[in-house]
Structures are given as structure tokens and as C-alpha cells.
Design a protein around this ligand. Structure first.
Ligand SMILES: O=C(O)CCC(=O)C(=O)O
Ligand SMILES: [Fe+2]
Length: 332
């Protein structure tokens, strides 16, 4: 096991030394660094808009100018989302011993399983969050041994959500492809080389939310990430050097452009820098699905998007090498 879980610390610890491991330097503390009183009104895309050309244009513009947007009317039924939220919450509310049966094995290369620490920690400061990771697609990459056995409906519910999500992802990739001037199905067809990785972030209530972070500032390593949170706001994005709360719409999907999409588009689409804050009164939970290349897959600027006037801005490398450098904070 990789040390104490934040959930355990949150429910038990009054020890200043332990709590100090979470308190950030002032220039990182959300209380000091958030622009208060305004939300970042990121683009909202309506998937039922009959003007499909307009939707493509809006998505491309959002990827270029924001790297983050919300999708409303996405056709994932509300009850599918609410069941996903229930089973995830139920898993994290199980006795600690039961959760540890699917804990990530320390030193293993796999990211899958129940865990706490993720990236190399700057200044040894810890994020106020535990998580669960498991691959949900394609079936050949899925290891059900790592999925929670409890609640018993966990698997069925998660599979149902992920099936619906694939429809959303297809539409997103088609629009992003067109927005780059590629054929409609060019990115969608790359899905053979991709995995869908579900994460659940569990942010327990925190007695001093202004001084700690959930997930520290980062861009996602994925091509794109599609996320649903519970009812508790906590996602912040950086815009022109300032941190803002992102507008929260219940049951909207939040899309992040990740590093691989920025690389593939040779910088035309921008990965969004984001972080999360925690809450004094409420537990926050979020369910991102990361669309990532398979480890051996090479990612670099798309050949059709580079020429003499637009030389490649990024190296082409295997995703596993990219991920190793990123997680260990080694320059790419
Ligand atoms: O909880 C959230 O809203 C975002 C979490 C996140 O950025 C991540 O897990 O990469
Ligand atoms: Fe993220």
C-alpha cells in the first residue's frame, strides 16, 4: 500500500504534521490565487443543434481558444449518469479494507487500481484526493479483476455509461477532425489505437479548503477527456495566467483537450491547464474518462498538418515514453 488514504486522514486525523503535508505555499493556495466572484464561462455546445456545421465550428473554436468546453443535450440519459454517480460513491463508502483489495500495487507499471498518489509531488505536498482507475474500452484491454465487485451493479452501470459515451466521443472526434481540415473520420478511425480509461476522483470534505488543492495544476495526457462531476463545483481552469472556477451545469459533460490532441494538431488545439479545489461541507466526486493512445503507439504532429511553413512543434514519441517523462516531471 502507498501510505494513508486521504479519506482516512479526513475522517480521523487531527495531527498537524499530517495535515501540513497538504497545505500549499501561498502562491498555490486556492484562497489566494482564485479570481473570486466570477465563473469562467467556457463555451457550451448543444449537441442537438440541427445546424451541424455550426456545431463543428463551435467545437473547433473551443478546442483552439479554450481547450475546455461543456456539452449539453448530449443524449446520455440522466438516469445513466445518476447511476454512475451512485455506484462510484458506494464504492468509496465501502470499508477501507475492501477498497484496498483492488489497490494499485506499489512499483507496478500499471496505472490501474485504487490509489492516492499519482504524479511526483512538488515539495512533497499531497493532493486532497483518492482515486480509482480502470480501463473501460476496448474489451481486449479491460481487466475486470481491478473493477469494484461492490456494489454488484458497478460493472453493468459503468459499462452502460461508457457505451453511451462512445457515441459522444465519435461525434467529438469527427468534429475535431473537420475542424483541423482532416477527413471527417480520420481521428475517429485512430480509435483502434486508443484506450478509454475511467478515473474516479474522490475528494473528501476538507477542514481548510482555501489552503489545499485536490488535483494540482496540470494538462491531461490524453487526446481528450470527458468528465462528469457530482453536484459539487470544484474544477478550476487557468485563463491568461489567472485561476477561475469553471461554470457548473448539472449533467453537462466537461471536455478537456489533452496533450496528445495538442501534439497531433501541431498546436492548433490547446490542452487546458486545470486544477481542482475541495469543499468544507461536501464530498466532491468526478468521473473523467481519458481517451489515450495505447502505450506503444507513436504520437506526433499529423503529417497532413505540417509542411515547410508549419514545421512540427512537438517530437514524435511512443505514448509510454511521453507518459513516463510527464509523470516524473522530466522535460519532453
Ligand atoms: O475532478 C475534476 O473535475 C478534474 C480532475 C482532473 O483534472 C483529473 O483527474 O485529471
Ligand atoms: Fe485533469
Amino acid at each position: 500500500m502507498e501510505g494513508q488514504r486521504v479519506q482516512t486522514i479526513a475522517s480521523q486525523s487531527k495531527d498537524d504534521d499530517i495535515l501540513n503535508m497538504f497545505v500549499r505555499a501561498e502562491n498555490e493556495q486556492p484562497g489566494m490565487t482564485t479570481i473570486h466572484g466570477v465563473n469562467l464561462e467556457v463555451p457550451i455546445i448543444d449537441f442537438t443543434n440541427p445546424d451541424e456545421e455550426k456545431v463543428v465550428h463551435e467545437i473547433a473554436e473551443a478546442c483552439r481558444d479554450w481547450g475546455i468546453f461543456l456539452i449539453v443535450n448530449h443524449e446520455i440519459p440522466d438516469d445513466v449518469i445518476s447511476k454512475l454517480r451512485s455506484v462510484g460513491k458506494e464504492f468509496f463508502e465501502l470499508p477501507q479494507k475492501e477498497k484496498e483489495t483492488i489497490a494499485k500495487i506499489e512499483g507496478s507499471n500499471s496505472i490501474e487500481g485504487y490509489g492516492t498518489k499519482l504524479q511526483k509531488e512538488v515539495d512533497g505536498k499531497k493532493g486532497w484526493v483518492d482515486h480509482l482507475f480502470h480501463i473501460v474500452w476496448p474489451p481486449s484491454s479491460v481487466n475486470h479483476n481491478i473493477w469494484p465487485k461492490n456494489p454488484p451493479s458497478y460493472r453493468l452501470v459503468s459499462e452502460e455509461y461508457c457505451r453511451h459515451l462512445r457515441g459522444v466521443v465519435d461525434k467529438l472526434l469527427q468534429s475535431m477532425s473537420l475542424g483541423l481540415g482532416l477527413e471527417e473520420n480520420e481521428l475517429k478511425e485512430k480509435q483502434d489505437e486508443m484506450i478509454h480509461l475511467l478515473k474516479i476522483n474522490y475528494y473528501p470534505r476538507c477542514p481548510f479548503p482555501d489552503m489545499v488543492l485536490g488535483v494540482p495544476p496540470h494538462t491531461d495526457m490524453s487526446y481528450i477527456t470527458v468528465l462528469v462531476p457530482n453536484h459539487v463545483q470544484g474544477l478550476q481552469a487557468s485563463r491568461k495566467g489567472d485561476w477561475y472556477n469553471v461554470n457548473h451545469i448539472s449533467n453537462a459533460l466537461i471536455v478537456h483537450v489533452g496533450d496528445q490532441m495538442e501534439i497531433l494538431s501541431n498546436g492548433k488545439y490547446k490542452a487546458v491547464c486545470h486544477r481542482t479545489i475541495v469543499n468544507k461541507d461536501n464530498t466532491r466526486i468526478s468521473w473523467p474518462v481519458f481517451l489515450e493512445p495505447k502505450p506503444e503507439c507513436e504520437v506526433g504532429p499529423h503529417p497532413k498538418l505540417v509542411d515547410q511553413d508549419n514545421p512540427p512543434k512537438y517530437k514524435t514519441k511512443k505514448f509510454k515514453d511521453y507518459a513516463y517523462c510527464k509523470l516524473n516531471k522530466i522535460p519532453q
